[in-house]
Ligand binder design. Structure first.
Ligand SMILES: CC/C=C\C/C=C\C/C=C\C/C=C\C/C=C\C/C=C\CCC(=O)SCCNC(=O)CCNC(=O)[C@H](O)C(C)(C)COP(=O)(O)OP(=O)(O)OC[C@H]1O[C@@H](n2cnc3c(N)ncnc32)[C@H](O)[C@@H]1OP(=O)(O)O
Ligand SMILES: CCCCCCCCCCCCCCCCCC(=O)OC[C@@H](O)COP(=O)(O)O
Length: 383
C-alpha cells in the first residue's frame, strides 16, 4: 500500500473531510434560510440561488468519489442519445441495489451539468437528515411516506411545482435541464424483500425477476402523467459494479476505488401509455428487460452498446478545495490558540466537538447502509 493510500485510511483525514462537509453544510443551510423572504417576491431567483447552494454541498460528495477514491463511472449508451443528456428534462428509472447508487447518479448529473437542479422521489425519513435533508427541503425534493392514500395530494402538488422551473436555468451556463430520479422498487434490495415481492409477482401472474424487486407502478404512472409536456424522456438506467464489488460510502471515504458501469436507454415519453393499467404493464416489462441486462452483465461483465466517458468537470474539486481551505484556516488558528492557552477545559471541549462531528457524520453514513434498510416491502409490518 502506498503512502497516499495509507493516508486516505487515517481517522484524522476522515475528521477533516467530515468537519468540512458538516460545517459547510450548516453554513449552506443558513444561507438557504436567508433566501426565505425572497420566495414570495421572486421565486425563480430563489430557486436559482438554492440550486447553486445545493450544488456547493452535493458536489463535495461527488469530488470525494471522483478525486478522493478515484472512482469513475463507465457509461454504456447510444451515442445519438448521449448528445441529448443534460439538454432535456427526463425521468430517471434506476435499480436500487447499492449503497452508493445515489452517488453514482450524482456523478453523472455533475458531468452533464444538471447536479444542482436534479430531484428525486425520496422517502420522508430522508428529509430529517441533518444538512443534506434540510438542503433538499429548499430544493423542492419530492418526499413521500410510501402510503399512497396519505401521499397522493402532496405528491401531485410537488410534481406540479416542478413544471415551472426556470428556463435557461443557469444564466451563464449550458444546462437548461433537470432529472427526476425514481427508484420504482421503492426500497433497497435484500434477499427477504426479494422473496416477498416475488410472492406478489406470482399472485399477479407476473414473471419472476432475479436481480430486482417487483416495481411499484403507481408513483411512476403519476410522475409520467404530471410531467407530460415538461419532461422529454424516461432514462432507463441499470447500474452494476465490476468484479461483484459491494461498494460502501465508508469505503469511498477510505479512498477505495470502485468500478461502476451504468447502462442508459432513452425512451421518448410519448411512447409510454397514458392509461394506468397499460402504464403499469409497460413498467413491469421494462423491469423484465432490466433484469435480463443484469443477468447478461453477471455472465459477461458488460452491458450492451458502446462505452462513452463523459468529460470530468473541475468545479466539484474546486468547490471542495475552496471550502476545505476556508474552513481549515480558522480551525488551525483555533487549535494553535487552544494549545497556547493551555486550558484543559477548552482542549477537552474541542476534542468533544470533533468527536460529535465525527459521530454525527458516521450516523449519516449509516443511513446509506443496506443492513439498516427499512422494513418497507416485508410482511407483517409494511413500513
Ligand atoms: C444520463 C444521466 C444518467 C443518470 C443519472 C442518474 C440519476 C441521478 C438523478 C437524480 C439524482 C437526484 C437526487 C437523488 C439523491 C438522493 C436520493 C436517493 C435516494 C432516495 C430514494 C428513496 O427514498 S426510494 C423510496 C421512495 N420512493 C418510492 O417509493 C418510489 C416507488 N414507489 C411508488 O412509486 C409507490 O407506488 C408509491 C410510494 C407512490 C405508493 O406506494 P403504495 O405502496 O402506497 O401504493 P402502491 O399502489 O404502489 O402499492 C400497492 C400495490 O403494491 C403491491 N405490493 C404489495 N407488496 C408489494 C411488494 N413487496 N412489492 C411489490 N408490490 C407490492 C400491492 O399488491 C398493490 O398492488 P395493486 O395491483 O393492488 O395496486
Ligand atoms: C466531502 C464529502 C464528505 C462526505 C462525508 C459523508 C457525508 C454523509 C453523506 C450522507 C449522504 C446521505 C445521502 C442519503 C441518500 C440515501 C439514499 C438511500 O439510499 O435511501 C434509501 C431509500 O432509497 C430506501 O430506503 P430503505 O427502504 O431501503 O430503507
Amino acid at each position: 500500500m502506498g503512502l497516499v493510500q495509507w493516508l486516505k485510511g487515517q481517522l484524522l483525514c476522515h475528521l477533516v473531510i467530515c468537519y468540512g462537509f458538516f460545517v459547510s453544510g450548516l453554513l449552506i443551510n443558513l444561507l438557504q434560510i436567508c433566501t426565505l423572504p425572497l420566495w414570495p417576491i421572486n421565486k425563480q431567483l430563489a430557486r436559482r440561488i438554492n440550486c447553486k447552494l445545493g450544488y456547493s454541498l452535493t458536489s463535495q460528495s461527488v469530488a470525494l468519489l471522483e478525486w478522493w477514491s478515484g472512482t469513475e463511472v463507465t457509461l454504456y449508451t447510444d451515442p445519438e442519445n448521449y448528445r441529448l443528456y443534460g439538454k432535456e428534462n427526463a425521468i430517471v428509472v434506476l435499480n436500487h441495489n447499492f449503497e452508493i447508487d445515489f452517488l453514482c447518479g450524482w456523478t453523472f448529473c455533475d458531468r452533464f451539468g444538471v447536479l444542482g437542479a436534479s430531484k428525486c422521489l425520496a422517502k420522508k425519513e430522508l428529509s430529517y437528515l441533518p444538512v443534506i435533508g434540510w438542503m433538499w427541503y429548499f430544493l423542492e425534493m419530492v418526499f413521500i411516506k410510501r402510503k399512497w392514500e396519505e401521499d397522493k395530494r402532496n405528491f401531485v402538488q410537488s410534481l406540479q411545482n416542478l413544471r415551472d422551473y426556470p428556463e435557461n436555468f443557469w444564466v451563464s451556463h449550458q444546462s437548461t435541464s433537470q432529472l427526476f430520479l425514481l427508484h420504482c422498487e421503492g426500497t433497497r434490495f435484500t434477499e427477504e424483500k426479494h422473496r416477498v415481492s416475488m410472492e406478489v409477482a406470482e399472485k399477479k401472474s407476473l414473471p419472476k425477476l432475479k436481480h430486482h424487486l417487483l416495481p411499484r407502478t403507481k408513483g411512476f404512472w403519476v410522475a409520467v402523467q404530471n410531467l407530460r409536456g415538461t419532461v422529454a424522456a424516461v432514462y432507463c438506467c441499470t447500474l452494476n459494479f465490476r468484479n461483484n464489488e459491494t461498494p460502501t460510502l465508508l469505503g469511498v471515504l477510505n479512498g477505495e476505488k470502485y468500478h461502476p458501469d451504468l447502462y442508459v436507454r432513452r425512451i421518448p415519453l410519448e411512447s409510454i401509455p397514458e392509461d394506468e393499467a397499460e402504464c403499469s404493464a409497460w413498467l413491469h416489462k421494462l423491469y423484465q428487460e432490466k433484469d435480463k441486462f443484469q443477468e447478461d452483465y453477471s455472465q459477461t461483465g458488460c452491458f450492451p452498446g458502446p462505452k462513452v466517458t463523459p468529460p470530468c468537470r473541475p468545479w466539484a474539486l474546486i468547490n471542495w478545495l475552496g471550502w476545505t481551505c476556508l474552513l481549515l484556516y480558522p480551525l488551525c488558528l483555533l487549535l494553535v490558540q487552544l494549545v497556547n492557552s493551555g486550558s484543559i477545559l477548552s482542549i477537552l471541549a474541542t476534542v468533544a466537538f470533533c468527536a460529535a462531528v465525527s459521530v454525527g457524520v458516521r450516523w449519516m453514513i449509516g443511513q446509506t447502509e443496506i443492513k439498516r434498510s427499512s422494513s418497507y416491502g416485508v410482511p407483517l409490518n409494511n413500513k
